[in-house]
Design a protein around this ligand. Sequence first.
Ligand code: SAM
Length: 225
Amino acid sequence: MAGRLTKSDLRDSKMHDVVEIPSTSDAAVDRMLCGLSMITSEHTLTETEAKYLRDLAGLIGRACKWCELGVWCGRSLWAAACGAWPDSRLYGIDTFEGRTARSQTDQTIIQCAPDGLFQWDLAYAVQNLINRQTDCCCTLIAGRSASPLKQIGDQTLDVLIVDADHRYESVRADLTAWLPKLRPGGLILGHDYTDHHPGVIRAFQERFGSNCETVDGTRYVQVYV
Ligand SMILES: C[S@@+](CC[C@H](N)C(=O)[O-])C[C@H]1O[C@@H](n2cnc3c(N)ncnc32)[C@H](O)[C@@H]1O
């Protein structure tokens, strides 16, 4: 794929519904995924946002390379996997520190976690589900978002989603660290590009200025590099 993606490229026929997470025969995994679906969307991913990610992954075509900084429980990765074509590779990086997270943003989200379930359990269940039920390969990495992965070569990434620590310095560090990994024409998305997260807006504006486009009906900002 080269250049910018457009809606007319969309191949609806292979899209699944991202809202329903399929049940499995593994009761423990089912229980975890049930917990995942209970996480309120206002704090994490709305249905519109999930569908946007699904459609975007579908637009990119075969063997897409997708990386998300800030996985939380894996819902947004699952959404991407629902639309991704075969042989796509999805990476997710998160500290997976669960209840010990330090930032205000994390604290808000952690309070939404279903009792007794931990972030890693849920994300791990989603990773396994993607690897079992789709033709994609999903790899979660526990670590700091501003440390780019060696296994992703420079200028090879189709999509980067920045959704980890939303403070200005962190978002700026994430962008600086990961920009070399994006292929020409690749896409960077930033989540929570809203007045509640001025650090996200500042870091994106400072780096990309008028190339920042908000995505209708979502809290994403998108930038083609
Ligand atoms: C807003 S949530 C991600 C939501 C997720 N993308 C979704 O749509 O469901 C932010 C996540 O970033 C993680 N996080 C915060 N600071 C981080 C850092 N410096 N490095 C890696 N992950 C971080 C938190 O653990 C949390 O899971």
